[in-house]
Design a protein around this ligand. Structure first.
Ligand code: MG
Length: 309
């Protein structure tokens, strides 16, 4: 069987926007450093498979993340199509924004932390100081008409601190969205969240004025909860879902984290439920199988495995 039997589910949106993070979040967290030409081919194949929104790269210093040290090369090769509003890049600070602007990037993403420990480890500053780092970046980007997404990491648990209070996550989200960001992405960086937790967090955000139409969800499959959590969020009105082709990636600073929700697993579930994604599943699976060869290891995605065996 190459596609699921379609039986429409109630309570789900008619259409979901998949925010593909494989080339950035996925490859950034793989041990192998992938050549720029392979990344370019990966992005072009994802685009051809119908993934309209693709996060392409990251403008963090190469010393922090060597896997993304070729950002200029990758975007240079992609040309104008690679810097549109549907091709966000990760930008940590003013220097990163300078680099992105020189290439004409139209959409950026900043990345905050919901916990003190992860702010220290990932941003090298306190939770309070993260806002001072991001504020000038968001202000400048907004003034230039660029689209801005705010990621928040460790929304559902932290490997060092354990449980993360929902109120604490909402406080961070409110501060970051208050800077003027267009979209919030809730990251379950270590994949520990469950469906009730997803519902409570979305409810708490809505109560503070951050409705589901400005929220995206970003789940990892460490505990096998990514797809269940995603479907729960969709039933609460979210329509933007982060996923990585082939389930690439983990998190270099969080040992217990495994891959992102696999785009193929998401597409199978959505298409079966009658939800449109615009994605050609066959072309996507072929792309992930090819990337798995480049990385020298099989894809952790169940759907990729089932469709390629
Ligand atoms: Mg991720």
């Amino acid at each position: 069987m190459r596609a699921p039997q379609v039986e429409t589910a109630s309570g789900l949106p008619a259409e979901v926007t998949i925010y593909e993070v494989g080339p950035r979040d996925g490859l950034q967290n793989e041990k192998t450093v992938v050549p720029a030409a392979t990344k370019v081919e990966f992005i072009e194949r994802l685009d051809a498979a119908g993934l309209a929104t693709i996060e392409t790269t990251s403008f963090v210093p190469a010393a922090w993340v060597p896997q993304m040290g070729d950002a200029e090369q990758v975007l240079g090769a992609l040309g104008a199509a690679g810097v549109s509003r549907r091709r966000p890049v990760l930008v940590p600070n003013a220097r990163g924004l300078d680099r992105a602007e020189q290439l004409g990037v139209q959409a950026i993403a900043i990345f905050g932390s919901a916990t003190e420990t992860f702010a220290q480890k990932n941003l090298n500053r306190s939770m309070v100081d993260q806002y001072a780092m991001f504020e000038p970046v968001v202000t400048r980007a907004q003034e230039a008409g660029r689209w801005v997404r705010a990621y928040v990491s460790m929304c559902f648990g932290d490997p060092w601190e354990g449980p993360v209070p929902i109120g604490q996550v909402v406080d961070v989200a409110e501060r970051l969205m208050g800077l003027g960001c267009d979209q919030l992405s809730l990251g379950d960086t270590i994949g520990v969240g469950t469906t009730g937790h997803v519902h409570r967090l979305l409810e708490a955000l809505a109560a503070r004025g951050i409705a589901a139409d400005r929220v995206a969800v970003h789940f990892h499959d460490t505990y096998g909860q990514a797809l269940a959590n995603t479907m729960a969020a969709l039933r609460d009105g979210v329509t933007v879902v982060d996923a990585a082709a082939g389930g690439l990636g983990g998190c270099p600073y969080a040992k217990s984290a495994t891959g992102n929700l696999a785009t193929e697993d998401l597409v199978w579930a959505l298409h079966g439920a009658g939800v449109r994604t615009g994605v050609d599943l066959e072309a996507l699976v072929e792309t992930s199988a090819w990337m798995a060869q480049q990385l020298g290891r099989p894809s952790p995605s169940n759907v990729v495995r089932a469709l390629t065996s």
